[in-house]
Write a protein that binds this ligand. Sequence first.
Ligand SMILES: [Zn+2]
Length: 400
Amino acid sequence: MPHLEADIGVVHGRIVEGLRIPFYKDVYFETVFIPGFSDTHAHPQVIDAGLDTQEMFWRNSYEWLDERELHIDEVMVRQDIGVSTRLAELALKRAVLEGVTMIAFTGVLEANLKARLRFPTGPRLVLLPTLMDKKGWSTPQDVSRLYEKYKKYISDSLLRIGVFVHSLKWAGPKTFYGAIELASKGRMPLGLHLSEGISEGDVFKSRMAVVNRPPRIVAVHCIDDDPASLGIRCSSCPASNMLLYNRTRESLKGVTSFGSDWPHLLGSVPRHLGLILKIFPGRLSEVIRRITTGGYQDYGVSHTGDLVAYDAPLDRVLTGKPLPKLVMVAGSVVVEEGAIKETGETLRVIEKETLEVSKYVGEVYGDGTPPLVPGPQYVWDIVEGLGGEPRIHLARKTPV
Ligand SMILES: [Zn+2]
């Protein structure tokens, strides 16, 4: 019987030397992860985060959302289903080429679902359509109706549906409880941005005090409150937190998984490994467990048959720089020799296409300037900066 062999295997979060498992052909790799990486928070429609106009670190997400300067009109991008779908498809392809075997998408439900149908092989996808009390965004009733309408497309075993409450401030009690009810009834996970630079634990507790049967809740960021004490899970996003606020959750306590926030802008979670290990030194096995199986557990997703293989030693993989040669999802090869098996696309091709879409979006829905799409180099630069010198990439305009 043929085998897959590897010098190092990272199996369900545990590091083993000399991995040998039955496989459909004889292959050898330096490092293999079983399952691959989970990315538990991603906005596939975000192509501009105001990174090139940022003059200071923000105090919290509300300040950032209110005051940032963007080159494009985000509302227009979201309403353009063609562009939104294309961005989601590129984010899915990017993620799997970077070693992600499970990803959670917030944002536009129809676009994210269409992207899944266009690229059905992987990674596993958790759909978390965003609910908030702002014009152009969905209500719990809208999402319930859409899930009913598309039910024949969402029975796909690589897909899990859920809901995402934007935040406590931008989703009032009516939307919040509507989302809780929808999630509880449908046994769906519920995500929300929480404590992103400002403590919201008390407000969260008081809102939850009247909920009898809470759904599975995955809070995102949790910089300022301990999610474990609130009885919820937490997807930490150190890369975007460091860029926006110059701080992130300092403790792994309560963190159950990691998210990339903006895969188009910073790459997906495996590219952030170097940063995560810099923030939590000496905690390798705890980080690895969260970054692989942790995300699957957060959303209740199976990882049977998911695997990522590298022609690079483990210590290099942990910098976030090498790309996998082989990625399998549910036992099927999705990436072979560093390219998508079905289409032959490499990460370089996907990055080029993303820049083209970003240019188009800048022209059609923006001020003519293409938004800055820096890529994971930005994250690697933060890692360098944490070595001593203060970080870069700020004050592109001289502060007044
Ligand atoms: Zn987010």
